[in-house]
Design a protein around this ligand. Sequence first.
Ligand code: ADP
Length: 152
Amino acid sequence: HTGKKPTELIAGIIGNIRVADVQSRPIVIRETCSVYDAIVAIFTEDVGTIVVVSDGGFIEGIISRKDLLKAAMGGKNINELPVTLAMTRMPNIILAAADEPILRAAKKLISHQVDSLPVVEMATVDQIEKFKVVGRITKTNITQLFVNLADS
Ligand code: ADP
């Protein structure tokens, strides 16, 4: 008997879990895509948010279902409308790192009121800091973790 309270035990277990342990594969589109392309990708990939990347897979923006609805309601031809006009851009994107504690990523999802965080690795290209997209953390990952912990 360790003398630890149940809440301390739970915190101890969750505290050792990192983003890499529960992340999903990244879902990305190129920054040259249209709003129409992004809507197709949302359906074919069955996700709520897509990351927009430049050559080499570096993050430029993120686009959600509501961003796409808003763009579609604008009355413009969505085939001609660049996704870059509708997305949230860097540096205003909340990111996660693979070695970050999952609890910290979960707190970011809550405090910034977003559904997903791109998981990135920093790289320096021509002395500019860039972030390569390697995965994503969503509220679904956190819910799955919750279920897995209860089942194990
Ligand atoms: P939805 O808009 O479909 O409800 P979100 O709540 O995830 O989906 O997104 C809300 C807004 O925040 C959108 O404008 C979206 O572009 C932006 N957003 C989504 N994820 C992030 C993130 N990780 N960092 C910053 N902004 C984000």
